[in-house]
Design a protein around this ligand. Structure first.
Ligand code: MF3
Ligand code: CO
Ligand code: CO
Length: 257
């Protein structure tokens, strides 16, 4: 037993609910359905499993999840008007609250056949998140996380979004520290056992600059290039880390590699 074991147990429950929501959605996400239908399915699943969707009414957000298509970087708003079509690259970001704790996770979904460059973007984005996760242990610094992501991404010719970052998370949705997805080795605060946060790199095929649409939420790439993202919620243990949002079904990892 450690002083944070109870927090970790609760975060595993919330994280697992968020991951199971994405697992459930996987079979519905197909050409012809709207992003609002995905929102409805997500809302109902979380509710039916004893949780709440954190985005709903969060700072004026009116939906239960974020659906970010193609050049949308993050915070896309589900809509009955947007029907999924062949070639779309979609991120679904779920945050579930259960017993007061939060689990926050996102994955990419490809509708039919997506271009090779987009598949490669998705692969590199996932790899960059996992490379950063694998180095986690007490004593490393936040800059080591950013460095791991940025170096892998730039080696592959893509760019790391600067305007959004990962965050501390526990019984609060967003709390310090900010987890930047770019940075220099051996800089920033040191990781300590019991810390819980997200890693959620947003990676673009073009330049890293973003802008927010008039709805006040939707973040898009300025140059209209394609953007991908994955997100896990995790905790730092005595000698490593624990991922709270791993798929029970092996769906955390994109299917094409
Ligand atoms: N889930 C997002 C994150 O990873 C936050 C979404 S806030 C919302 O931090 F209001 F847009 F839903
Ligand atoms: Co997050
Ligand atoms: Co999220």
């Amino acid at each position: 037993m450690t002083e944070y074991s109870e927090k970790f147990e609760k975060m595993k429950i919330a994280g697992n609910l968020a991951a199971r929501t994405l697992d459930m959605l996987t079979e519905y996400i197909k050409e012809g359905i709207s992003t609002d239908y995905i929102d409805k399915l997500g809302y109902e699943f979380i509710r039916d499993n004893g949780g709440y969707s954190a985005p709903l009414y969060y700072r004026g957000f009116t939906k239960s999840l974020c659906s970010s298509l193609n050049h949308v970087v993050c915070h896309g708003i589900p809509s009955t008007e947007r029907i999924l079509r062949e070639g779309d690259a979609l991120n679904i970001d779920i945050t579930a609250i259960k017993e007061n704790y939060y689990g926050d996770t996102s994955r990419m979904f490809c509708i039919g056949k997506t271009p090779i460059k987009v598949n490669n973007l998705i692969k590199v984005t996932y790899e960059s998140m996992m490379r950063a996760i694998k180095i986690l242990k007490p004593g490393i610094k936040l800059g080591d996380i950013g460095f791991e992501i940025q170096s892998h991404v730039e080696k592959n010719g893509f760019s790391v979004v600067r305007d959004f970052c990962g965050h501390g998370i526990s019984n609060v949705f967003h709390e310090p520290p900010n987890i930047l997805h770019y940075g220099k080795r051996n800089t920033g605060i040191e990781l300590k056992p019991g810390m819980t946060f997200t890693i959620e790199p947003m990676i673009n095929t073009g330049k890293f600059h973003t802008k927010i649409l008039n709805d006040g939420w939707t973040a898009v790439t300025k140059d209209k290039s394609i953007s991908a993202q994955f997100e896990h919620t995790l905790g730092i243990t005595e000698n490593g880390y624990e991922i709270f949002t791993e798929s029970d079904k092996g769906y955390s990892k994109p299917p094409y590699f």
